[in-house]
Each structure stands twice: as structure tokens, then as C-alpha cells.
Design a protein around this ligand. Sequence first.
Ligand code: PHE
Length: 313
Amino acid sequence: AVRVKFLGRKGLLTQYLRNLGQLSIEEKQLYGKRANEIKDILASSFEEAQGALAALKREDALRREAIDVTLPGRRSGYGRIHPVTQVLEEICAIFSGIGFSIVDGPEIEKDYYNFEALNMPRNHPARDAQDTFYFDQTNLLRTHCSAVQVHSMEAMKPPIRAISTGKVYRRDPFDATHSPMFYQVDVIVVEEGITMGDLKGMLDAFLKRLFGPGTLTRLRPGFFPFVEPGAEVDISCIFCSGRGCAKCKQSGWIEILGAGMVHPKVLRMSNIDDSRYSGFAWGMGIDRVAILKYGVDDIRLFFDNDLRFLRQF
Ligand code: PHE
């Protein structure tokens, strides 16, 4: 503003110079020269002052924004592995240790992989138990990792030994024992001469690894459209060693997974020669294993992100 007042186009100096018009030639020359000298002095003074001001500003900013590099840092603290992830990693370690491939599948799945190719055609009543979230007629949130079995059978040639883990979705209420999103592991083996004995042997060995060497396993007949025969698999109650307690409703057994021999129709649909190959499959909820292993009484705790809970594992 000061600069404009003195040096601007309508400033004092301009006005002064304009007034020189009334003077004689000699006076005009004299005062004109002086006026221009003053103008130069003023201009360079303003420039100097502006530079000094900017330097002051910069210094001030530097002082205000200074950081003391000798201050000790604030620690962000280490996180830890979520209990569900711990179980998931343990399972993956067991299976990679015996030569299984770990296969990933999409969470947004085609109706074909989730249901159709697993012998659950449209309108099959078994779909009711696995109602889910649909995007449209063909795309849905997968209800089980068994959908990945189909991808594995399409992509690999027997012998197939693969597991898949990840999130699955069902239209379940969110309460102490249910969640609309949970984790599963699904196992498939397809090769020549696989029998139910192989399935039983593997389940026994695996469940002993996971729950301890004293764990007993029991198979009961169960129905899943993609296996025949199918079984529900129980372990001896890990809380009372099978004697009977509140946790196992006095039965001594806890249901832990679904299993069976891959249905020949399922093999054929994925172009595997069912006269030559057979296989078994089983699927298990990982959150449920974590609940049992860590004695958690509400599945919702896993998703609350409450550090007081998570720090215990
Ligand atoms: N996919 C089944 C479920 O989610 C479990 C299962 C897997 C059963 C493989 C048999 C064989 O309930």
C-alpha cells in the first residue's frame, strides 16, 4: 500500500511530475531530474524493505517449524497376529508341510462354482442352509471355500492335494455363535485309489496336531450334496477329555467339520475321470477352532478390534 501511494500510477510522485508541466523548461529539467532520482531511491528502498521482510518471515517460520531431532521418538507399539489368523497360519503350515498346494479363490464367486458344480443345482433345497448375498443372478458372496475345490479341479491334474482358506459369507444372524462373515479351510485330495480310510486317517492326524495328541475323532453320517458318503466329524471334547461337561452338552463330543468322498458327479463336472480317480474333501470353520482353542465365548469379539481382547493372544 505504501508503494502504491508513492510510486503507483496515480501515486504522489506521478502527480508531482504531472504538475511540472506548468514550469519553465529549466525548472522542468531540474525538478524532473530530481524527481526521477527520488523515484529510483524510493523503488530500491521498497525492494530492500520487501526483501528484509521476507527474510524475517522465513526466519520466523524456520523457528516455529523447527524440530528437535534429539527428542526420543514416540513408539507406535508392535501389533500382534489376530487369533483367527494364528489358527489359519497354523493350518497352512501343517498342510504345506505335507506337500499340499495352498490355493486362493475369489470371495465374489459365480453361482456355478459355489453351488452348481458342487451338485447343488438351482432350487436344490441344500441351498437354503447356505443362503447368501447375491449381486445378481450369477454373482454372489461365496458361502464356503468348497467353491475353490472346483477351481482346483479345473486347474490341476490328479494327483490334486490342495487346501484353500479365507472368508465366506452367509445370511446368518450376528450373535455369540454366528457371524455373516467367517473363515473356513477347505481341503481336497483327488488321485487314484483314494478311500474313506485315507480321509479318516488324515482327519485323525490333522485334528491331533491341531487340538493335541489325546484328541479322538468320530465320524457320523452327514449330508452334503457334493460328497457321497458324507460325514459330520466330531472331536472328543477338549474341555473334559470326553467325560461330559457343559461345553459339550454332556455328550463328550464337539462337532468340528464336514467331510466326505467327492461325489462322482462333481468329479465329472470338472472333467475328471471318475472311473479312474476318487477323492475326499472336508471343510472346517476357522473362527470356531479359535473359539475352542482359546476358550472364547463370543465370535463377535474377533471382529470388534478391541485391543484389550486382542492383546491376550
Ligand atoms: N463346505 C461345507 C460347509 O461349508 C463343508 C464341507 C466341505 C463338507 C467339504 C464336506 C466336504 O458346510
